[in-house]
Design a protein around this ligand. Structure first.
Ligand SMILES: [Zn+2]
Length: 288
């Protein structure tokens, strides 16, 4: 073996060890994030397959399924068993999406991508932070990745369509929480009617710093302002979001309850949530 070959082999060993060792998912997260929760049909071909608080959604089509978000790394088996409990096949997962590149929504994504061979699509502004496993995040980044890094197979821009089978999702760029946070707007049908569904990434503020003290994200204040305004203008029938607590899942639905999409018709709740986020934003920009 040449000296170079030896060097290359030892380098690759070092690199893979570094990757394997350094994913450091934050500890002491709320118990509700990892708590199992029975999956259910939200409306038409849209199902809730997440944990008690970390919302994951499955959109099923005759050509395979779309999974949006995963929860923490340890939740991979829970999500898989939720999908199977509904009668769907895990390997039928064809497209993976997220509402934001944080560890509580991407923790298990790389593992699920490996097992299912699905294509990961992400808002182009979150692609770089996702490839770093959250390490380069302006607020939650640091010395180590917080989730297993993963590569985007397709970059999405505001208004782009994700098509699978008979379903079309429109990606809406809603930056601020992360540079590429986004929401999804799409129509589902059951035998009675169709519903316009919004899976919203609510623009909560994660950083404790002032907006002007974040050189990694100079457009942050402008991005939050844009998102707050854009979200107020959206029209939809059903409102869901990245965390169950954000759209009041547990007030609106109890496990075992009969199929009832209208439980998630809540324009008032959505507007109230946005107006309180608007206040937080104003307090922040005014330095309170
Ligand atoms: Zn987040």
């Amino acid at each position: 073996m040449t000296k170079i070959a030896v060097l290359l082999i030892s380098l690759s060993v070092v690199c893979s060890e570094v990757i394997a060792q350094t994913v450091a998912e934050p500890q002491n997260t709320p118990a509700e994030w990892a708590k199992p929760y029975p999956p259910f049909r939200v409306a038409g071909n849209l199902y809730y397959v997440g944990t008690y608080d970390l919302a994951c959604y499955l959109v099923t089509t005759p050509q395979g399924n779309i999974l949006i978000n995963t929860g923490l790394a340890a939740s991979a088996p829970l999500i898989k068993s939720n999908i199977e409990a509904l009668g769907f096949k895990f390997p039928d997962t064809k497209i993976l999406l997220t509402t934001q590149a944080h560890y509580d929504h991407l923790g298990a994504m790389a593992a699920i991508k490996k097992v299912t061979g699905s294509r990961m699509m992400v808002d182009e502004k979150d692609a770089e932070v996702m490839e770093s496993g959250g390490k380069s995040d302006y607020a939650l980044g640091g010395q180590a990745p917080t989730y297993e890094p993963l590569h985007a197979d397709r970059l999405l821009r505001d208004g782009d369509t994700i098509r699978l089978g008979d379903t079309e999702l429109v990606m809406l760029h809603h930056p601020g929480h992360t540079k590429g946070s986004c929401s999804y707007l799409f129509t589902v049908k059951d035998d009675r009617r169709s519903y316009r569904v919004l899976i919203a990434n609510m623009p909560t503020i994660v950083t404790e710093k002032g907006f002007s003290e974040i050189p990694e994200y100079p457009e942050i204040a402008k991005d939050y302002a844009y998102t707050l305004e854009a979200m107020q203008k959206l029209t939809f029938d059903l409102w869901l979001s990245s965390h169950a607590s954000q759209f009041g899942l547990h007030r609106k639905y109890k496990p075992g309850q009969r199929y009832n999409p209208s439980a998630f018709m809540d324009r008032k709740g959505y507007d109230a949530a946005l107006s309180s986020l608007q206040k937080e934003y104003l307090n922040k920009t005014q330095g309170k």
